[in-house]
Design a protein around this ligand. Structure first.
Ligand code: GLY
Length: 353
């Protein structure tokens, strides 16, 4: 898979001019959703390198990350004269970069694209690493392709357009990157004040966080091995996210990941000897900043069923990424029903539900 250039950009105009200049094109397209069109496009609208861009605007949020919207983007690219030598700039959160990336990967067998992620979640996760796709048949990211952007421009000025919940949501993936990297990075993350955000410090931490993902993806772009480290917290997290959706109490993805980390740090602790003090410190940080998603023991079977249907599994086993310590990663760990129910007991006792 080709390399993607990740640019931690302190000067967006310069970086974007350089990135578009590095991708010779006959026509330039910009994909936004209605929210990023209103809130983020004004930050780039005056740049000379964007002067001739043709706009495609789609509906916001995950409910639009579907075949219909993808088809509308293909149609618009075709109608506006895009060729195989055109360039697409995706300006938005994970929904825009995932769907736009997939539209680019497939239009005329592939055109080049640049991601400008505008949410913390997309900066540290979705926009980086070449996973593109849409939801299909009720399943998240069911159809897609590995197709890296020509460049990903990360500029934390966009973070100032986000509310606290969206900062916390992205920060959960940063916490995960801390847990799978170094003690120093993890300690800085659990010591950060999410109530009164120091944006300069956050910008540096975002740079470190993206580097963690970038290094892992470079070793294993197609998730055959170590890229599965990035799934820490996601087996339990996706199950909680699905339960929340089923019960009509939808939660942001990162919140579910944070609660999933609580569950999977417990498994890491009882099975692999992950240090209890580090588990407590991380769990307390999550409890303070993310609150609790409450469920009772009647939900265990449903959560377990969601875990067994996770696409990360092989042949009926529930698959986890676990830790022996911060940065000491074990992929492809399976756990039985009883262990999983104990894990859910721990979650409820610790999080007070
Ligand atoms: N979001 C996990 C990955 O990109 O592999």
């Amino acid at each position: 898979m080709q390399e993607q250039e990740i640019i931690i950009s302190r000067h967006l105009e310069e970086s974007l001019a350089k990135a578009t200049g590095n991708c010779p094109h006959d026509k330039l397209f910009v994909l936004t959703d209605r929210t990023t069109q209103e809130k983020c496009w004004p930050l780039v609208a005056e740049f000379p390198c964007m002067a001739d861009a043709t706009h495609i605007v789609i509906g916001p949020t995950d409910e639009h990350k579907n075949l219909e919207t993808l088809s509308a983007v293909w149609t618009e690219l075709g109608r506006q004269g895009a060729t195989r030598h055109s360039l697409l700039v995706n300006l938005g959160g994970g929904m825009v970069t995932d769907l736009g990336g997939f539209a680019a990967a497939t239009f005329k067998r592939g055109i080049r694209y640049i991601n400008i992620p505008t949410t913390l979640l997309s900066m540290v996760d979705a926009a980086v690493g070449g996973k593109t796709g849409i939801n299909f048949n009720g399943l998240k990211n069911e159809i897609g392709a590995f197709c890296p952007a020509a460049a990903v421009l990360i500029n934390t000025e966009f973070l100032r357009t986000l509310d606290r919940e969206n900062i916390c949501s992205g920060y959960a993936e940063m916490l995960k990157h801390g847990l799978i990297s170094t003690e120093k990075h993890w300690a800085e993350l659990v010591g950060f004040d999410l109530e009164t955000i120091d944006y300069h410090r956050l910008q540096d931490m975002v740079g470190q966080s993206v580097a963690v993902k970038e290094n892992i993806v470079a070793k294993d772009p197609r998730e055959q091995g170590i890229r599965k480290a990035l799934n820490l917290g996601h087996t339990a997290g996706h199950a909680i996210e699905s339960l929340a959706l089923q019960e009509g109490r939808t939660v942001l993805h990162g919140y579910a990941v944070a609660w999933g980390l609580v569950c999977e740090l417990y498994l890491s602790c009882v099975r692999e000897g992950f240090p209890k003090d580090k588990m407590r410190q991380t769990v307390n940080f999550i409890k303070e900043n993310y609150g609790t998603f409450a469920f009772d023991c009647k939900a265990y079977e449903t959560l377990y069923q969601f875990m067994t249907h996770d696409k990360k599994n092989t042949a009926g086993h529930v698959n986890f990424t676990l830790l022996c310590d911060v940065g000491d990663i074990l992929i492809d760990q399976t756990a039985g029903k009883e262990e999983i129910f104990n894990m859910l007991d721990f979650y409820r006792e610790t999080m007070g539900c």
